[in-house]
Design a protein around this ligand. Sequence first.
Ligand SMILES: Nc1ncnc2c1ncn2[C@@H]1O[C@H](COP(=O)(O)OP(=O)(O)OP(=O)(O)O)[C@@H](O)[C@H]1O
Ligand SMILES: [Mg+2]
Length: 754
Amino acid sequence: MDKPRLLIIDDDANLRKTLTDILRVRGFEASASGSGNEGLACLHENPADVVLIDLGLPDIPGIEVLKRVRAEFPAMEAIIITGKATLDSAIEAVNIGAYSYLIKPYEVEQLILNIRRAGEKQRAENALRKSEEQFRKIFAESPLGMAIVDGGNRFVKVNGMLCRMLGYSEEELVALSYPDIVYMEDSKPDISNIRSLFKRRHTYWKNEKRCVRKSGERFWVNVTTSVIVDAVDGNRYLLKMLEDISKRKKAEQAIRNAKEEWERTFDAIIDPVMILDTDYQVVKANKAMMAKLGMIRSGFDGLRCYQIFHGTDSPPPFCPHAQFLADGQPHSTEVDIPRLGGHFLVVISPLYGADGKLQGSIHFARDISERKSLERQLRHAQKMEAIGTLAGGIAHDFNNILTAIIGYANLLEMGMVADDPLAPHVEGILSGAERAANLTGSLLAFSRKQEMKLGPVDINKVVTGVEKMLRRLIREDIEFNISLDAEELTVMADAPQLEQVLMNFAANSRDAITDNGMISIGTRLVELSREFSDLHAFGEPGRYALLTFTDNGAGMDEMTRMRIFDPFFTTKETGKGTGLGLAVCYGIIKQHNGFVTCYSEPGTGTTFKIYLPIINETAEVGRAVNEVQMPRGTETLLLAEDDVMTRRLGRLLLENSGYHVIEAANGEEAVANFSELKDEISLVLLDVIMPRMNGREAYRRIDLLKPGIKAIFISGYTADIFKKEELFEEGFNFLSKPILRKDLLVTVRNLLDS
Ligand SMILES: Nc1ncnc2c1ncn2[C@@H]1O[C@H](COP(=O)(O)OP(=O)(O)OP(=O)(O)O)[C@@H](O)[C@H]1O
Ligand SMILES: [Mg+2]
């Protein structure tokens, strides 16, 4: 440490000299002045740590010198030297800030002790003053908003930055309390944390919250709170340091917004989309994809795409992702994905990271089931048209040839006597020609070249008219039911031809029923919607007579069902069937501007439906009236149906009437989707026959999840068949395929309201 600096102010020259010498020897840097003015001038030039002042000075009183020293050099300590006579003045001197006084004559050691103590005090005070000054400077100039807050949350001291941050002047702010400037919603955790601070469990507490400016505007700050203790009175205060983090918060919000917007956009894509990494793992899938899969977002569990979509252990050969990984190029493929319930066009695009490295690919899957189905229908219609033209052409020409054969054979017959030995040959020619004529007749019927005698006909009468013949045609052990619409169903028709259609159906059903069986015929009036005709690519919307022909015979597989209307297609052994029965039916129905559908399941049975346009009704009027009367709703319904067309139609019809529809492509999916959304779903529509899990079983499980859930079963057959087989109890609601708008909406509404 430097030598303590002393100045002695005394008018006694000897004393000055002696004292200076002694103090120098004792290690002080001592100098001396003989008068008050000189002494003060000396101090201005060279400040001392301790000054010794004699009270009796010649120019100005020592007390005055002391006062000026205190005022001009607050860090300097003073010791008063006095004679006995001026003891009172000495005490006064101590009162106005002298460190101590000594009465002459005094011991040198006593003086030195006093000087040392005064020096120590001076040093301690200097250090304190310095640190206070530093704190004051930090506080005042801090780039953080700072405040000292007392136990009552009042501001004791605030800095300039805090005032600027909040938009108050210092006076305004100090008049407020801390709770006035913070948004209280964000300050709830403060209380317990500040309590911990006081208990010294931690030294500071930091949190992000919103503050309120004078203008009322809120902004984000990061507040650090610590406890400070007053060195003098021991009171505890909180020191708050506030950092304005609104820019960072804005940036964070912008990032969050961008992320949310991205996700919203991703989820708004109506096609199923997913992102795959280079290891075939699903990184992300959009809402449409999750809905199709009947999964929740976190459900991939590291599964690879081929495991999810194709249930295989490696990518299938057509996998566009594999092709893409091989050549880095975009690829696309059309593929049937039963897991998604349809036929899809999958297009994949490369996905690169910010570092330019390949990350994986984005898969867009567009459901093209409808297009494919329409293509199939169109191809079928074109095929039938082409075969019809060909068959019709041959039959027509062949008929001319037959006319010649029969004519000449007749001439031969006429020229023969009764017992001509050649007569049986001519008879043989004639009966063969007759069979051939029947065949060409069938072909002409199929190719719609047959002559028609159209007139207004009540379909119900056609059925009752042919009933006896039908009963004769089928075996006695087959139960035969007829249920007709109470109203007349008038269509433009050639009655005998319609009878022929029924006979052909009946013959087929009879052949398909091996044991005891049942055949039922029903008629009713239906209203076909635009959606229905668009989706099935037949007919105009409007009123139709629907004739349903059902058996519970052997049924047929899909491959067979696709070909039944082809002429000469038969599964019967040679000689048993020509394969023309249904071809003729098809031709006749087409020629009546009607259309026919067939539903069949092996082992269960077959249902044919014939739609014939009702006459005397303008479709427009009929539709408009019906449009108004159709019941609507806003409930959420689950529609489980494996046939894409039926499912789509159902969805369209329900959505157009205000309902929210959740789809499922099979029984398992129906149960999974239901369990996820069971609180929202008010009613389930279940196809009876579905892959993976049939409708009955799916219903049983759904009913366990939400007992008493309302359900409608959809079937290609009439309800009687199921009841007969005791699969279903009475009281279940059935809708039969194809789904008709009015039936669907009325049944759904009635059940929801029941
Ligand atoms: N109700 C039915 N149940 C099961 N299969 C049927 C039914 N109706 C038709 N089929 C199938 O369709 C095929 C074609 O029927 P279609 O009536 O055209 O010819 P066919 O009965 O075989 O011969 P044909 O009618 O000339 O005696 C049948 O062979 C049979 O496989
Ligand atoms: Mg037949």
